[in-house]
Design a protein around this ligand. Structure first.
Ligand SMILES: C[S@@+](CC[C@H](N)C(=O)[O-])C[C@H]1O[C@@H](n2cnc3c(N)ncnc32)[C@H](O)[C@@H]1O
Length: 210
């Protein structure tokens, strides 16, 4: 039986469509500045030389990294459209950034980082195999002593995003999921306001690889 175009589209991961069709003010996760990540990193004295932003999308976190003259910046996302939008927004500054269009669960890091940043990507991995694949990449890519800053919907946060189910965490749940190789250094619960003013509860946790 032939399927209509819309049936095909509804079965695809939504990310290319989201980034092709929506401006920043229509992305629930948009934040004009990565305030919480920066506050946690600064508070903990984390000054990385090599950073990877997992599920970077069109996040403005990269601008803060560039302002801080971080030598090695890698942005990874499933969506080429999102990465292209960021490249365009950065203009000449994009020359100092590595863009990787990949699924983190099948990615071959090919190098190591001292900060792994993930705001609202890990929580889309709702099956154990996907999470295990993600954690294997984290273990390969994060240097001993390096930090992972992972933000997800909190246990009382939204159950879905962009039509996809999410796994929700409190910091302690996330610590158990990451396992004993990572020490929880700091955790915050925050309320994110979407561009249209609704509230989403997140947890943001900083781990250090031991
Ligand atoms: C909710 S958005 C958050 C984007 C960005 N971190 C921010 O804070 O603006 C989730 C992002 O994760 C990306 N993503 C989802 N699953 C992914 C995967 N398995 N591998 C790589 N990127 C993924 C999506 O393409 C999307 O850009």
């Amino acid at each position: 039986m032939k399927r209509s175009r819309s049936e095909h589209r509804s079965r695809e991961p939504p990310w290319e469509r989201v980034y092709s069709e929506k401006g920043e003010d229509a992305l629930s996760w948009f934040e004009p500045r990565a305030e919480t990540s920066l506050a946690i990193l600064d508070g903990a004295g984390v000054a990385p030389a090599a950073v990877v932003d997992i599920g970077a999308g069109t996040s403005r976190f990269v601008e803060a990294l560039l302002e801080r003259s971080i030598p090695e910046i890698t942005l990874l996302d499933l969506s080429e459209t999102a990465l292209a939008r960021t490249r365009t927004r950065l203009g000449p500054d994009a020359a100092g950034v590595r863009f990787v269009a990949a699924d983190v669960t099948t990615w071959s890091p090919g190098g190591t980082f001292d900060l792994w940043h993930d705001r609202a990507a890990f929580h889309f991995l709702v099956d154990p195999d996907g999470r295990a694949a993600y954690l294997a990449r984290l273990a390969t890519a994060l240097r001993p002593g390096g930090h992972a800053l992972i933000a997800t919907f909190a246990a009382d946060g939204p159950e879905r995003c962009s039509g996809l189910p999410v796994a929700r965490y409190d910091p302690q749940d996330l610590a158990v999921t990451l396992g004993p190789g990572y020490a929880l250094r700091e955790a915050r619960r925050i309320v994110h306001r979407t561009p249209w003013g609704s509230e989403q509860r997140f947890q943001v946790s900083l781990f250090q690889r031991v």
